[in-house]
Design a protein around this ligand. Sequence first.
Ligand code: NAD
Length: 499
Amino acid sequence: MATAPAFAPVDAPVAPRTAHTVAVAAGDGIGPEIMDATLAVLREAGAGLDVVPVEVGERVYRRGVSSGIDREAWDAITGTGVLLKGPITTPQGKGYKSVNVTLRKTLGLFANVRPCVALHPHVRTKHPEMDVVIVRENEEDTYAGIEHRQTDEVVQCLKLVTRPGCERIVRYAFEHARANGRKKVSCFTKDNIMKLTDGLFHRVFDEVAAEYPDLRSEHLIVDIGTARLADDPGRFDVIVTPNLYGDILSDVAAQIAGSVGLAGSANVGNGCALFEAIHGSAPDIAGQGIANPSGLLMSAVMMLVHLGRTEQAARVHNAWLRTLEEGIHTADIHDPATSRRRVGTRDFAAAVIARLGRVPETRPAVAYAAAPRLDAVLAPPAAARRALKQFVGIDVFLHWDEANRDPRALGAALEPLSGPEFALKMITNRGVKVYPEGLPQTFCTDHWRCRFVLRDGQRATGAPLRLLTRLAEHGHDVVKTENLYRFDGEPGYSMGQGE
Ligand code: NAD
């Protein structure tokens, strides 16, 4: 039995100056239960929010809206610029779009921020010292979802990385670190392999790091970086990384912090921001009143900081820490060794409410200064000088499955077709040079990258088209081309492995 009445009013809430309007979507599964609990805590903490309820997810899908978000919800979300969202059950079946992906992309929410903090000894973890924030780029990389099938055997996914995209996310990470009194920003990429795409992210990181001399910075290759994070998370503070690595890393980090059910997240863009727990809709326990509202509550704390209500954010956060510290735990984190009372969703919220105004005793109280300065992040960079761009050749990708896939046969067929404008420099298969002078051991698929370089003195104009026409006339199946440029004399393309 609960000892405190559910959602009892608390004396002396911190009075807000003016109410801020936020859109609130309860979501599916356990969403409505944990949202009720979260809003009750916010209300009693004096968060001063005007809540506009919106409906997204299952019920909207059932009305035939394939995105799960109807016009009314869009208006409320864009009108308020802030959405607190419960988890959404991903719809089964073709034609439905994920609410989360649609919101992130449509609203330009470029930064995904996940604090991963160990709550030792109250929540079991192998890494009591862990306190890391993962800042994941949210819009670019392979997540543009541009994929093609090109041959019988080969499909591709385009990885797009832009300089403005890198600048925004890296600056956001440094601003977040500065605003939260953190000391170091680590960048994870795989630029030893992807020298152009991940190389750009790393280069921008180094440039931006120089603007923040008060913060330490380092770069790690993502594989060794992830291994170190799993082994010794205490050495990290803020980590910034491209979309795909960030997707994986943020789950790894939350898991090893022991806080998957407790962690919140923010998705921040220019003019809009979305706050949600990292867990899903937990259909297995929906409607039972036993779900842990902590992840959503911590997202709401991030929302209060975003809205400048730092005092109220700290008030909620400290009361929540105090509640966990006193061993008042929901079933998912209940442990006879550290828990004193097992409570349901409503009683947990009531326990947090009863502790508003108190701070934890076994760890430092939380204080928030300010949200990261978005103006600094989004300020358009000084107009970049346009580089001198020079066409130097073309990579032609062929679907070719003849002569037992012998690269020498393909080379011999292409050599006479390359001139007069081009010379056939090399052929690669899955990136490995197989002509000239390939090795018989290299496995070859039916997808060939043939690099033609412009001969000295030849004019670029019209040359690619004439080459492609010659190839087509001789029955070659061109599945795509990529022009090769030098920018200010620097190659804007990768070399073949073994070139
Ligand atoms: P899940 O996170 O919903 O559940 C995994 C396990 O954790 C379950 O046993 C569940 O009972 C438990 N759990 C999760 N949150 C809990 C909480 N607050 N308190 C106590 N226990 C909790 O993951 P899933 O089962 O893989 O996904 C369920 C649905 O949620 C799927 O449709 C999935 O696509 C969706 N999903 C949505 C979001 C989102 O909206 N942001 C995120 C992840 C998954």
